[in-house]
Design a binder for this molecule. Structure first.
Ligand code: ADE
Length: 226
């Protein structure tokens, strides 16, 4: 059972985590998702959560006080201390190996930052790990938190067929092989005959070769280990 706590200023945009496979995984008790609005821990009458940066410059900075208070309050909601992940383009880039590693944790707190930044003292004191979902900048960490959550949820044992997870792209460091379904010939395009042969060893070999060829053509970086 994985417990995901998400700290965000926009809890209302997390619908994807309550549809499809993530919804079923929660109904099955494989994962629990808890959304928390940072505004709840805002400072003063206006529940302020950000302010201008010391030293000047554009944008706003998320204040240390609400972040610390929220993290402490959310931590206290369950017996186990969560591993705190800050969604940020400055973290190491997420890959399937990191997904498998993080999916084994029992409790994660995903903090949605904003690119202008968040008070560095929070990152230093309470963040265990930063996670980027790619080398581009989003308006905030919310979409990144949804991407990470979805990837974590679908590999929870029982969420989807174990064989699908094993055969996913990247599961063995390779892209997936091509897939075909009926009819055997569609608009003059035939399915590779080996797939109709019933020879499981030959099919397995063909798929492995196709995965290698695709990976070499499209993502040589995955083969060279760089
Ligand atoms: N916040 C803004 N951009 C991001 C990215 N690429 N990954 C994770 N969090 C982000």
């Amino acid at each position: 059972m994985l417990r995901l706590d998400v700290l965000t200023l926009f809890p209302e945009i997390f619908a994807p985590l309550f549809a499809s496979i993530p919804a079923r995984a929660q109904q099955a008790g494989l994962v629990a998702v808890h959304l928390h609005n940072l505004r709840q821990w805002g400072v003063g009458r206006h529940r302020q959560v950000d302010d201008t940066p010391y030293g000047g410059g554009p944008g706003m900075v998320l204040l240390a006080e609400p972040l610390f208070r929220a993290t402490e309050a959310i931590t206290a909601l369950a017996p186990e201390r969560p591993r705190v992940l800050l969604m940020s383009p400055q973290g190491p880039r997420l890959d399937q190996a990191a997904v498998f590693r993080l999916a084994r944790e029992s409790r994660l707190l995903l903090v949605c930052g904003h690119y202008e930044g968040l008070d560095e003292r929070y990152r230093e004191a309470l963040v265990d790990e930063e996670v980027s979902i790619g080398d581009y900048v989003l308006s905030g960490g919310e979409l990144a938190a949804m991407v990470l959550s979805d990837a974590l949820i679908r590999v929870q044992p029982g969420a989807i067929d174990a064989e699908s997870v094993r055969q996913d792209s990247f599961a063995e460091g390779l892209l997936d092989h091509p897939h075909y379904s009926r009819p055997a010939t569609f608009r003059g395009m035939a399915v590779p005959p080996v797939l109709l042969s019933g020879n499981h060893a030959a099919i397995e070999k063909w798929r492995r070769e196709q995965a290698l060829v695709r990976t070499a053509e499209r993502r040589p970086d995955l083969l060279s280990g760089s």
